[in-house]
Design a protein around this ligand. Structure first.
Ligand code: GDP
Length: 294
């Protein structure tokens, strides 16, 4: 990911290397080039504009331009601002000692069910006792997919019945938890190929009845800016506490990853980096920024 962006930013800054002193015009030309490369990586227009403005504010002072190493100093500022663009400090979902119930939402095909399995495996390896809930009341195949994942990682899966009411799901979940102690319940909800009003109502109702401690939206980073529109709609209709970006391994441009924090206002908790169950990583803005600047 980020290959082209990375090359272009480095090339733009490299042009300033070896010069004792750079002019304001040189700096502005470099920033224009960086802005273009962000836009071509499919970064949201406002996010790219604000980024360049902040870098300009921090570097336009004479101290940077007249320093012995202006290129290095500009690169440091670009790095700091990239970290901010990606969300600043790395954030994780809130995990209490017990009573954690996470609600997974997202479009069909985004990687929601796979990510639900990945999360269960990730937290199981940290000593947690997850329980998965396959909550798609319309698609038995979706429930089966989660059941198979659960068997693979050795985590139980509670399946809803066709057209089960949210209150019934809540009662069955409570009953399950009385005989099988679990400290992290992850609910894989129904997904559809597009935003679907009936589905949004169903999800909002299930969320209201189950009262999750986190609502995690799974978005496919390869869909670029569309992923961010989807995020905004899910947040308006259901309320989202954090994002998980999938398929970063197949996303050459990286625009959704770079813009998501500022466009949606939500932290990015994890990134999906392969189809495998181990392919989930906590999202570290500083490491990604370092990777971009090589
Ligand atoms: P759902 O319909 O949202 O539940 O999506 P699935 O979990 O069934 O995933 C859809 C497809 O995306 C499957 O082929 C997954 O293996 C694949 N997938 C999910 N996450 C990732 C990821 O991070 N990287 C890659 N390369 N593929 C992924």
């Amino acid at each position: 990911m980020f290959e082209t962006l990375s090359q272009r930013i480095r090339a733009a800054v490299d042009k300033l290397r070896g010069r004792g002193r750079i002019s304001e015009a040189d700096l502005k030309a470099t920033l224009r080039e960086i802005r273009m490369s962000l836009l071509e990586a499919d970064v949201n227009f406002e996010v790219a504009k604000n980024f360049v403005n902040r870098v300009q504010e921090k570097t336009l002072g004479q101290a940077v331009l007249e320093s012995l190493t202006p290129a290095e100093q500009i690169l440091t500022v670009v790095y700091e601002e990239l970290v901010q663009m990606l969300g600043g400090e790395a954030k994780q979902p809130v995990l209490k000692n017990e009573g954690n119930l996470w609600f997974m939402v997202g479009l069909q095909g985004s990687g929601k069910t796979t990510t639900t399995g990945k999360l269960a495996q990730f937290y199981k390896s940290k000593g947690r006792r997850p329980l998965l809930v396959a909550a798609d009341t319309q698609r038995p195949a979706a429930r089966e997919q989660l059941r198979i994942l659960g068997e693979k990682i050795g985590v139980p899966v509670l399946e809803v019945a066709d057209n089960e009411r949210p209150e019934t799901t809540r009662t069955r979940l409570q009953q399950h938890l009385t005989f099988d102690y679990r400290d992290l319940v992850i609910v894989d909800t129904a997904g559809r190929l597009q935003i679907d009003e009936a589905l949004m109502d169903e999800l909002a109702q299930l969320k209201h009845v189950l009262g999750p401690s986190e609502t995690l939206l799974v978005v496919d980073s390869m869909t670029g800016q569309e992923a961010l529109n989807v995020s905004k709609t899910f947040d308006e209709r259901i309320g989202v506490s954090g994002l998980i970006l999938t398929k970063l391994d197949g996303d050459a441009r990286g625009g959704a990853a770079l813009s998501a924090r500022h466009v949606t206002g939500k932290p990015i908790y994890f990134a999906g980096v392969s189809e495998k169950l181990e392919g989930l990583e906590p999202f570290y803005p500083d490491r990604l920024a370092q990777r971009i600047l090589g």
